[in-house]
Design a protein around this ligand. Structure first.
Ligand SMILES: [Zn+2]
Length: 96
């Protein structure tokens, strides 16, 4: 079964442009691993969506045994699994 062809939109307030990036962090409870998504961003909003994710990460409390990496910016390609997402540290460094 393939992904439905729905549009993936930027989650920044006031923006509805198509998303090009996913801001997410790797989470684990020791048994399962997943990519916790903070938001989706278009080219113009990736800096502030990433900055908001960093703020949320700092406020996040973890249960014993849970680990959560810092947020990262990943290229968003519809239909690909999370494991194949390519990280873009250059965009994280350029955050506004
Ligand atoms: Zn946007």
């Amino acid at each position: 079964m393939s992904m439905p062809p729905y549009p993936v939109l930027c989650t920044a307030p006031g923006c509805s442009a198509p998303a090009a990036y996913k801001v997410a962090a790797r989470w684990s409870d020791g048994l399962t691993h997943e990519l916790k998504t903070y938001g989706l961003a278009c080219e113009g909003c990736v800096g502030r969506v990433y900055a908001a994710a960093v703020g949320k990460r700092a406020a996040c409390r973890l249960a014993p045994g849970e680990t959560l990496d810092g947020p990262g910016v990943y290229e968003l390609h519809r239909g690909e699994r999370d494991k194949s997402l390519r990280r873009r540290p250059d965009l994280e460094a350029a955050g506004s």
